[in-house]
Design a protein around this ligand. Structure first.
Ligand code: NVA
Length: 301
C-alpha cells in the first residue's frame, strides 16, 4: 500500500482484507509493539470523540506515544505554512494523523512530510471510518461481498469512503439521497471504476424505500457535516423523509443491522432511541475504529 492513507483507495485492494483480518486478531488480543519508541502526532482542526480516543488508545496499545493538537493550537496554513508544519512534525514523530477541511490540505501536508500521514476525516473522505465499517460488516455477515449495504442520507465524506471500502471487497452499496445531495457524477464514476475489476458497485437512488429492499445493513450519517453548519436549516428541509427509523428497518432484510458512524442526532437522521434498538451495531462500529486504525498503523510502519 502507499505510505499514506489519505483516501480509501490508497490501500491496494489485496491489502484491504489483510488489514481487516489483522484488526480482528488485535481485537482478539494479538497486539504487537509496532509503535514502541515511536510517536504519533494527532493534529485536528475539527471536533472529535471517537477518532481522537481511538488513535490515542490504539497508539498506546502498540507501545507508542500519542501527542494531540486540538483545533486552536497549530493554525495549519494560517499561523504557519502547511509545508513547514509537515517538515517539523516529520522530524519528531513517526506517523501524523490529520483531521482537516480540504482534501488538498492533507495532500499538501503529505507531499511535504517524510513519515506516513493518515486522513482522520476531511470534507471529502473518512477512510478510517470505512475501514472500521468493513471490519464491523465482516463480523456480522462473514464477508462484505456477501452483504447488501444501503446508505440513506447525504452523499458525503462517509458515504464516499464507505463506497470505496465496500466495492474494494467486491460488495454492493445503494445510496439514497435527495437531489442536490447525491455523490457527484465524478465521485460515482471514480468509485465504480475502482470497483469494476473487483466485482463491487455503488448505485445511487432517490428513494430510501428502494434502497433498503433486501438490505442486510442500513447505514446513515448526519445531515449536516462539520463545516456545513450555516446550511443546517435548509438541509433539515431537504432531508425530511430520509430519517432511518424502525419502520424503514422493517422494510429491509429480516436480519438487518443498523449502522451509524456517530455522533447521531435523534429526531433528525435517526428516530429517538434507534441507537439502542437491538438491530443497532453502532457501538461495535465505534469500538472497531480502535482495532482498524491500530492494524492500519502497524501496516504503515
Ligand atoms: N459526515 C460527518 C462525519 C462525522 C464523523 C462530518 O464530516 O461531520
Amino acid at each position: 500500500m502507499s505510505d499514506n492513507f489519505l483516501k480509501f483507495r490508497d490501500i491496494a485492494s489485496h491489502d484491504i482484507q489483510a488489514v481487516v483480518d489483522r484488526a480482528s486478531e488485535m481485537k482478539a488480543g494479538a497486539l504487537s509493539d509496532a509503535l514502541a519508541g515511536r510517536s504519533v502526532a494527532i493534529l485536528f482542526e475539527k471536533p472529535s470523540l471517537r477518532t481522537k480516543l481511538s488513535f490515542w488508545v490504539g497508539t498506546q496499545k502498540l507501545g507508542g506515544n500519542p501527542i494531540y493538537f486540538g483545533p486552536e493550537e497549530v493554525g495549519l496554513g494560517k499561523r504557519e505554512p502547511v509545508s513547514d508544519v509537515a517538515h517539523v512534525m516529520s522530524r519528531m514523530s513517526e506517523i501524523v494523523v490529520i483531521r482537516t477541511f480540504l482534501q488538498s490540505t492533507i495532500e499538501e501536508f503529505a507531499s511535504n512530510a517524510s513519515v506516513p500521514v493518515i486522513n482522520a476525516l476531511t470534507d471529502q473522505e473518512h477512510p478510517c471510518q470505512a475501514l472500521a465499517d468493513i471490519l464491523t460488516i465482516t463480523e456480522q455477515f462473514g464477508s462484505v461481498a456477501g452483504a447488501k449495504v444501503a446508505f440513506i442520507g447525504d452523499g458525503n465524506n462517509v458515504a464516499l469512503s464507505l463506497g470505496y471500502a465496500v466495492v474494494g471487497l467486491g460488495g454492493q452499496l445503494t445510496i439514497a439521497s435527495p437531489d442536490g445531495y447525491k455523490l457527484s457524477n465524478d465521485s460515482l464514476d471514480g468509485v465504480n471504476g475502482y470497483g469494476e475489476q473487483l466485482g463491487g458497485r455503488v448505485n445511487q437512488v432517490t428513494s430510501p424505500l428502494e434502497a433498503v429492499v433486501d438490505a442486510d445493513i442500513v447505514y446513515t450519517d448526519v445531515w449536516t457535516s462539520m463545516g456545513q453548519e450555516t446550511e443546517a436549516a435548509e438541509r433539515l428541509v431537504a432531508f425530511a423523509g430520509y430519517q432511518v427509523n424502525s419502520e424503514i428497518l422493517d422494510q429491509a432484510s429480516k436480519n438487518v443491522k443498523f449502522m451509524h458512524d456517530l455522533p447521531a442526532h435523534p429526531g433528525e437522521e435517526i428516530s429517538e432511541g434507534l441507537l439502542y434498538d437491538p438491530r443497532s451495531i453502532a457501538f461495535d462500529q465505534a469500538e472497531n475504529r480502535l482495532w482498524a486504525q491500530a492494524a492500519l498503523m502497524e501496516k504503515l510502519v
